[in-house]
Design a protein around this ligand. Structure first.
Ligand SMILES: C[S@@+](CC[C@H](N)C(=O)[O-])C[C@H]1O[C@@H](n2cnc3c(N)ncnc32)[C@H](O)[C@@H]1O
Length: 374
């Protein structure tokens, strides 16, 4: 029978969940407990996954580990030329992700070595950078949120992970609603459908109100028609449409930055966001309109000609971002021609992000052109 509203989609007993408790109770537990400084919860899970994958059929988790993806399409797997094809505002976050991973790997080498008594093979051959990248993405893309009491044996980083076999086969749909969490009474991780699911249709859950940048960064995919998605205007692009002769430009940019108006400037399906238009209004002001700066940030429009300047500038930004998308899509289709399978999958994810952004920009342009014509 298909789940109706409030019916359980899946209910998993606690003993099926793989958490840091599982790891601490395992053969690896004493090594983690002895290690100083304490190991981060995420690393404990990663090391256990790597070790269990290595144990093969001897591992009681092998039916689960065998069906995990062998590789992922999160930016931590991307080479520099693929990172360069991401929208500018995402490139920085993707690079940060790679650096964060690299730091974790380098700072964990001594701990990996301490696990040597558990293996006959040198730990350098087991706990490689590739193995950690795989485990790190397995944890980041597949765990469900579950708070655990702080363990005295683990570092203070949040321990909110649970690998949930079978439950983690469910894909994300931005338009569905579910209630999910660990039920302390039944001691089961439960997912309930809010709207119900149609018979013979794929059952989806909702990973959270994430835009496509976040989905790509954290899960390695893009949801088409994602209502949360927007196109970000990065500072470099914003500066392109500004008047360099404006003597107050530096001061205006500082004022915007101090008032937190230089980030989260976006275009959506319904045109430029309020934050973007507010930033443009401030940037549009003439020297004699200095006294209006504060009011503009509170939402005031100053004059008809300044409003026209803002719409014109928003159109320039929209066109610039569209050109950037077109170039990236052309380059992506060239790179796809001689890419191997894993690279091809990465290129396809970036391509779908660019296509989604193109769709949003087309809608934005129509909205702006209508405003311009008014
Ligand atoms: C928790 S797993 C879901 C199960 C996964 N599809 C599988 O077969 O193992 C999360 C991963 O599934 C994929 N995924 C989830 N929802 C998706 C969607 N709407 N479109 C494309 N891929 C999706 C992404 O690769 C994501 O990292």
């Amino acid at each position: 029978m298909s789940p109706k509203a409030k019916d359980s989609v899946i209910s998993l007993p606690e003993k099926c969940l793989l958490t840091t408790r599982t790891v601490l109770k395992s053969y690896m537990g004493d090594y983690i407990k002895r290690w100083h400084p304490p190991v981060p919860p995420l690393l404990a899970l990663c090391c256990f996954l790597i070790a269990e994958r290595h144990r093969g059929d001897a591992s009681e988790w092998s039916p689960y580990i065998n069906i995990l993806p062998k590789t992922y399409t999160c930016p931590v797997y991307f080479s520099e030329d693929i990172i360069d094809l991401l929208p500018r505002s995402l490139q920085k976050k993707a690079t940060e992700q790679k650096e964060q991973f690299q730091e974790l790997y380098c700072s964990s080498l001594m701990f990996f070595r301490s696990l040597q008594p558990l293996f006959t093979e040198p730990t350098e051959e087991l706990f490689t950078q590739d193995a950690l990248r795989w485990a790190w993405c397995s944890v980041n893309t597949r765990t469900v949120y579950m708070e655990h009491d702080q363990s005295e044996y683990l570092s203070r980083e949040k321990d909110v992970y649970a690998l949930a076999p079978y439950l983690d086969l469910l894909n994300h749909c931005p338009n569905v609603q579910v209630e999910a969490g660990f039920n302390k009474e039944t001691r089961r991780y439960e997912v309930k459908s809010v709207q119900g699911c149609k018979k013979f249709q794929q059952v989806f859950i909702n990973y959270g109100p994430h835009d496509n940048h976040r989905l790509l960064l954290e899960y390695g995919f893009v949801a088409s028609g994602n209502p949360q998605s927007v196109v970000y205007v990065d500072l470099g692009t914003l500066k392109l449409c500004l008047d360099e002769k404006d003597k107050q430009l530096t001061q205006k940019l500082l004022y915007l930055r101090d008032n937190d108006f230089l980030r989260n400037l976006t275009f959506g399906m319904d045109g430029p966001s309020w934050r973007l238009m507010t930033a443009l209004r401030l940037l549009s002001l003439k020297p004699e309109q200095y006294s209006s700066w504060k009011n503009v940030l509170l939402g005031a429009a100053v004059s008809q000609d300044r409003e026209e300047w803002c719409i014109h500038s928003a159109l320039k930004l929209c066109n610039n971002l569209t050109d950037d998308n077109v170039k990236a899509l052309e380059r992506l289709s060239q790179l796809k021609q001689d890419a191997n399978l894993s690279r091809l999958e990465q290129l396809r994810v970036v391509e779908s992000l660019r296509q989604e952004e193109q769709r949003i920009l087309e809608h934005t342009r129509v909205v702006l052109q209508n405003l311009w014509g008014q």
